[in-house]
Design a protein around this ligand. Structure first.
Ligand code: MLT
Ligand code: ZN
Length: 480
């Protein structure tokens, strides 16, 4: 007699084929932990469907059996959103084989990609069609578009193009019971009732599985000007942003803030990274202007704005990238700060946002608290100033005990997130909730909002099989 688990494995194998079912414990390893190796789980099987129909049949089966399903893309979540729990009863649904660009429509500025396409693959397809897909993340070579959609990913171009939510025209979604929501429209205007697709963006696979998306494309970038700018403080960076946006008619596409501590960590821990200025400055901004108009003299525009900024005391000094190599070096520095921080040892991470106008005040208050109460920690607050989003991270000071810092994670998180709330902000700006921040969502979300979330969850996933325990607290449902 086969166990229930073995029987389910057989039924799943019959749907996707023997090659696409991973059931041996030794082979499932990479699917059972996140890319930072912080979250670990077990699973009954990993199923790797190649078509929407296979996803539909897998979900119909798991729904009938009451088995939890954990959708997984490139596995680059910061919050354990794609890692199964410890029960060993859940099924991981890995979308990597659904990696076709189904169509491109340059005249409509859109393309349709399957969930398992990497973000880099979507960039290439857009480029081949003479267009731009603007979402940009450090992990673009491995993260998948389905995960980007399910977490409403942000990144470094949000200032100009918006988050993932703003880049979607339509979705194909497999619902918990296996029905397929065909909403793969490529329309800009479609006022026909509720925005159903919006429910699945940012839901982290708790309401259904996104299998394909129609994405917005833009004219390609043909002119770029990039500068690394030394600024005295966060308030000056915010004023500089306003100046540059006004001077460039909205052509600022990135405006990233880095503290001296982050640049120092990068210089110490990453090969080939050099300190950009002869003397250190407290903060740096990586600013980029882009345009799709070939004649645009962006370098001149940027240089003029920076000269005025220095005169106004908003900037101390600036380096304009003189070549693609220099530009790439500036971006390498910015995009590898998380890696430098990882190599430096233990750290506490907070992905916060506040209104841009309140960012300086927040950094001052929260920074002063860290300085006074966390002597073993070094504030490394960097990120997307233009969006009011900082990765307000704290690294263990060199030579200090990382474990001591980690043991204070809860206390520090509470102070930082309470302050974020007081400043009208969000405790999760772009990394989502996953399993890491379920308690924070319960704490900082209003009763009405939480009630509506639970109502939607019950309506779309009555048996609680979709990514149980992520975003909203787990029920016993969804376990075989
Ligand atoms: C970034 O902006 O570099 C990423 O969101 C990763 C991070 O939080 O460190
Ligand atoms: Zn970020």
């Amino acid at each position: 007699m086969k166990t229930q688990g073995a029987q389910l494995q057989d039924e799943l194998r019959a749907i996707v084929g023997p090659e696409a079912l991973v059931a041996a414990t030794g082979d499932m390893g990479p699917y059972l932990e996140d890319h930072r190796h912080l979250f670990h789980g077990r699973a009954l099987a990993v199923v790797r469907p190649a078509t929407t129909d296979e996803v539909s049949r897998v979900l119909a089966l798991c729904h009938a059996r009451g088995v939890g399903v954990v959708p997984q893309g490139g596995n680059t979540s910061y919050c354990g959103g794609a890692t199964p729990d410890e029960s060993g009863t859940q099924v991981v649904l890995a979308l990597a084989r659904m990696n076709r660009i189904r169509s491109t429509d340059p005249d409509n500025d859109s393309l349709v990609a399957e969930a398992g396409c990497t973000l880099a693959q979507v960039h290439s397809a857009a480029e081949a069609a003479g267009r731009l897909f603007p979402l940009r993340l450090g992990s673009e070579g491995s993260c998948q578009i389905g995960g980007n959609l399910s977490t409403n990913a942000g990144g470094t171009q949000v200032l100009r193009y918006g988050m993932m939510r703003e880049l979607v025209l339509g979705l194909e979604v497999v619902l918990a019971d296996g029905r397929v929501l065909e909403s793969l429209t490529s329309l800009r205007k479609d006022n026909t009732g509720y925005d159903l697709k919006g429910l699945f963006l940012g839901a982290e696979g708790t309401l259904g599985v996104i299998t394909a998306a129609s994405l917005r494309l833009f004219p390609p970038t043909v002119a770029t000007a990039t500068a690394l700018i030394a600024v005295p403080d966060v308030a000056a960076a915010v004023r500089l942003l306003a100046r540059m946006r006004a001077a460039s008619s909205g052509r600022v596409s990135a405006f990233e803030l880095m503290p001296a501590a982050a640049v120092e960590l990068a210089a110490q821990h990453l090969e080939g990274v050099r300190r950009p200025f002869a003397t250190p400055h407290p903060w740096y901004v990586l600013a980029e202007l882009t345009s799709s108009c070939p004649g645009d003299a962006l370098d001149t525009l940027l240089a003029t704005a920076l000269t005025a900024a220095v005169e106004a005391g908003e900037a101390h000094d600036a380096l304009l990238a003189q070549s693609e190599r220099e530009r790439a070096a500036f971006w390498f520095l910015r995009e590898h700060i998380p890696e430098a921080q990882r190599r430096a040892g233990a750290s506490l991470k907070h992905d916060i946002s506040v209104p841009v106008s309140r960012l300086a005040g927040f950094v001052e208050r929260a920074g002063a608290w860290i300085a006074a109460h966390v002597p073993e920690g070094l504030l490394v607050a960097y990120g997307h100033v233009g969006d009011g989003n900082l990765h307000f991270n704290v690294s263990a000071r060199p030579g200090s005990d990382g474990a001591a810092l980690l043991s204070r994670a809860g206390e520090v998180r509470r102070v930082v997130h309470d302050l974020v709330r007081d400043f009208g902000g969000s405790f999760s700006a772009e990394h989502g909730i996953g399993q890491l921040k379920v308690g924070e969502l319960e704490r900082y979300t209003s009763a009405v909002e939480l009630e509506l979330m639970h109502t939607l969850k019950r309506a779309l996933d009555p048996r609680g099989i979709m990514n149980p325990g992520k975003v909203l607290a787990a029920t016993t449902a969804g376990r075989a």
